[in-house]
Design a protein around this ligand. Structure first.
Ligand code: LLP
Length: 442
């Protein structure tokens, strides 16, 4: 299984900057996101802090939409809320015309708060509770992607009780290797996701026969951070074959949800090209006559986000260590997947200074609290700021308050200005809701 860390020589600071049009280095202001100085953001709101670029997200959404337009493939884009569930970001994608893909009632409610109507929401996931299904159906959810016989029965029972009809798609496991990290591949037979192709026809027929359920189509999602169109082609060809087989068996199939997973360039690997992806989708689904939907997350938000941090102190212990005020509890990806994230100094003088290897770490009491090992970086004094790049997807959403660290603030950069979109959590909020019981119960 391919590791998420790219094996080529590491890009230097200039390379990282050159590959990211959303970033600029100004001689006086230092590192900027969409023209906004990160120093100005940190001066106002402190560090660590998440900084997101609205223009980058809009541009990436447009690139994906336009790639399908160029192939004359009508595509319904449902933003995968799990990548970054901030209300301001959901609102931004709603403004661009996106629906949402959710995996919990909490995400469903977030999408609703951002103005995405229930019928534009797809509910995915391997385990939805009865209460969650009931709430989603009562609110008029557009589609439920289901992955088990038992859930189909549950949906039928709940929808019948509520007197509604649930649109469902059966998530097919195409048994394709997405060539990504073992922890984020989902389309192999051994993964917990989806329904084996061999089981789909009988289950589809069962679903079509049940009250309260409308079997509307097939869904797939083969993994995340996928960098090649090959696994997609293989999966979608299998999906198209399934649609035809179901129709031959007399079933009604209107929808093919092709999932998400489009990879981005973290190191110097080229991200998945939207034009190549759209062409793959067109070829695999040509003449199928289905409504196509997709669920991208990382592609839309990943490159738009930076975790802005400061150096607390330097430490020489055989190796050179830079200890930051951000840690694995904020950006978990390096600790969890050995993921590589670019790191840029914010000050222009540091950016141009000679670089030597350093381990960039957080202050948490875990050896896994490492953002980068032997990374070529200049000497950075306490207080110097650094940007951890491509942190807009699976960053804040996966963070925790481990070591009683309050959650950072977040800022949205837009049209040359910036606005606070999340207040820094007060430490008191960490223990709010906790109680010390009276011995023997109260
Ligand atoms: N649809 C379904 C059913 C999914 O499970 C996922 C992601 C997506 C769509 C969106 O995938 P994307 O386009 O963002 O790749 N925490 C990991 C990634 C986990 C992805 C889980 N499922 C990471 O940090 O790399």
């Amino acid at each position: 299984m391919a590791d998420m860390a790219f094996s080529g020589p590491e890009p230097d600071l200039q390379d990282l900057l050159a590959a990211r049009p959303q970033l600029q280095m100004h001689a006086q202001d230092g590192l900027c996101l969409e023209g906004v100085a990160l120093n100005a953001v940190a001066d106002e709101y402190g560090t660590p802090i998440w900084v997101y670029g609205a223009g980058t997200m809009r541009a990436r959404f447009a690139a994906l939409r336009d790639a399908f337009k160029a192939e004359a493939v009508p595509m319904h884009i449902h933003y995968a809320v799990k990548a970054n569930d901030h209300l301001a970001i959901l609102n931004l994608f709603r403004e661009q015309g996106a629906g949402a893909d959710v995996v919990s009632i909490g995400e469903f409610r977030r999408a609703g708060l951002a103005g995405i109507t229930a019928r534009d929401i797809v509910y995915s996931g391997v385990g939805k509770s009865e209460a969650e299904l009931e709430a989603a159906l009562a609110a008029g959810i557009g589609q439920i992607n289901t992955e088990s016989a038992e859930e189909i029965e549950m949906i039928s029972a709940i929808a019948s009780r509520l007197g509604v009809v649930a649109n469902i798609a059966l998530r097919m496991n195409p048994d394709v290797d997405a060539g990504t990290h073992a922890k984020i591949t989902t389309g192999l037979a051994e993964n917990k996701f989806g329904i084996a192709a061999a089981d789909i026809p009988a289950l589809y027929a069962r679903a079509a026969s049940l009250p309260g359920v409308r079997a509307a189509g097939i869904a797939m999602h083969i993994g995340s951070q996928i960098l090649s169109t090959t696994p997609y082609r293989l999966a979608y060809e299998k999906g198209a074959t399934m649609v035809r087989a179901l129709r031959e068996a007399g079933q009604n199939v209107e929808v093919l949800d092709i999932g998400g997973g489009l990879g981005i360039g973290y190191q110097d690997e080229p991200g998945l090209n939207p034009a190549a992806f759209a062409a793959t989708v067109r070829q695999a689904t040509q003449g199928l006559g289905v409504k196509l939907m997709m669920e991208p997350g990382r592609y839309l938000t990943g490159p738009a986000g930076i975790l802005l941090a400061s150096v607390i102190l330097r430490k020489q212990a055989g190796k050179r260590f830079l200890v930051l005020d951000a840690a694995m509890n904020e950006l978990m990806r390096p600790a969890m997947y050995e993921a590589w994230h670019g790191i840029l100094p914010v000050d222009a003088s540091a950016f141009h200074a000679p670089a030597t290897p350093a381990d960039v770490v957080g202050p948490i009491c875990e050896s896994a609290d490492v953002f980068a090992k032997d990374r070529a970086l200049p000497d950075l004094r306490p207080g110097a700021r650094l940007g951890l790049l491509d942190a807009g997807a699976y960053g804040a959403v996966m963070s925790s308050a481990y070591n009683a660290r309050p959650r950072p603030a977040a800022v949205l950069v837009d049209q040359g200005g910036f606005a606070l979109i999340t207040r820094r959590q007060e430490p008191e909020a960490l223990w709010e809701g906790e109680m010390i019981p009276v011995p023997g119960g109260a």
